[in-house]
Design a protein around this ligand. Structure first.
Ligand code: SF4
Ligand code: SF4
Length: 113
């Protein structure tokens, strides 16, 4: 089980969740943050601080966001960053890369206002 970040984070990316995660398992991509599913300890602290309700327990994700469980996991795989389980966010684990299913999404003109 893990917590998952969904499409609501895309182009918002304020980093509030990163500041509170006790195990630093939330990593920065180009347009959103991603949770490393094997490092997440399911404490739910991040969920309570996200201003756009982008963080969900895997079991509670809205159906329209179901693919984000896979997208968060695949971000760490060979097809995207190849980071595996980095063991905690450090400067070397920030990237402009995104999962291809995130990169291809159109920009929300309201984001960043
Ligand atoms: S649930 Fe806890 S451990 Fe998992 S990403 Fe959120 S703050 Fe980090
Ligand atoms: S708190 Fe929410 S919007 Fe902010 S970076 Fe984390 S998931 Fe994205």
């Amino acid at each position: 089980m893990t917590y998952v970040i969904n499409e609501a984070c895309i182009d918002i990316k304020d980093g509030a969740c990163v500041d509170v995660c006790p195990v630093d398992c939330i990593y920065e991509g180009g347009r959103m943050f991603y949770i490393q599913p094997d490092e997440c300890i399911n404490c739910a602290i991040c969920e309570s601080v996200c201003p756009v309700d982008a963080i969900w327990h895997k079991e509670d994700l809205p159906e329209v966001s179901n693919e984000f469980t896979r997208i968060n996991a695949e971000f760490f795989g060979e097809s995207v960053t190849g980071w595996g389980e980095p063991g905690g966010l450090t400067p070397e684990y920030r990237t402009e890369l995104d999962h291809p299913e995130v990169s291809c999404r159109p920009a929300d003109p309201a984001a960043g206002d």
